[in-house]
Design a protein around this ligand. Structure first.
Ligand code: FES
Length: 202
């Protein structure tokens, strides 16, 4: 009996042993080492992602601003060319500058007529200045001078400043239209300053 028990005990280990020549499974790396390696790989990845998303965000932001810009066109808002300036009795004799800033005109009243001068130098288009102490208009750009009726007498301006169309509306107010100008050009042999609409009688 004792011999039989010894034989059984000796065979047990050999039955669980792996056969010689089969592939071996590689041992797993330690958990701590793999975490460190993952951290090393992840940090540059995160940076790269952040840079990419920042670039995309910037690109979309710029495009959005350009889209909004369409709602604010670079339009030049000019004043109406037709406007009312009040009654003839609202003006005293001489040059009135009330509508220079808003409509670029001077209203000039004389004893028998009233006319409106478009404030544009006939040399190159600057806006002259009215000099009450010298009783003349003076262009700051190249020195052209105009008398109190806006007729040129010095400097390079080739002709008097133009006059705007004027008429009275049914209530007696003066209506000015700067899209209709009356020209006096001695070089061309034309003078429309006495045409109907170039002035009103007062
Ligand atoms: S633009 Fe007025 S003098 Fe030249």
């Amino acid at each position: 009996m004792a011999d039989h028990a010894e034989t059984k005990t000796a065979e047990t280990p050999s039955s669980t042993a792996k056969p010689t020549g089969t592939a071996t499974v590689p041992a797993k790396p330690p958990v701590k080492a793999s975490a460190e390696k993952a951290a090393e790989v992840t940090t540059p990845d995160r940076m790269r992602r952040r840079v990419i998303w920042t670039a995309i965000g910037g690109y979309l932001g710029v495009n959005f601003l350009m889209f909004l810009r369409f709602f604010f066109p670079r339009a030049l808002y000019e004043p109406n060319t037709v406007f009312s300036i009040g009654y003839p009795a609202d003006f005293g004799l001489g040059v009135d500058q009330r509508f220079l800033m808003t409509n670029r005109v001077w209203v000039i009243k004389e004893p028998d007529r009233l006319f409106v001068v478009f404030a544009r130098c006939t040399h190159l288009g600057c806006t002259p200045e009215w000099k009450p102490s010298e009783n003349k208009f003076k262009c700051p750009c190249h020195g052209s001078g105009y008398d109190s009726e806006a007729v040129n007498f010095e400097g390079p301006a080739p002709r008097p400043m133009d006059r705007a169309h004027v008429e009275l509306d049914p209530t007696g107010k003066i209506v000015v239209d700067t899209s209709r100008l009356y020209v006096d050009d001695p070089n061309a042999g034309v003078n429309h300053f006495n045409d109907p609409g170039a002035f009103i009688n007062v």
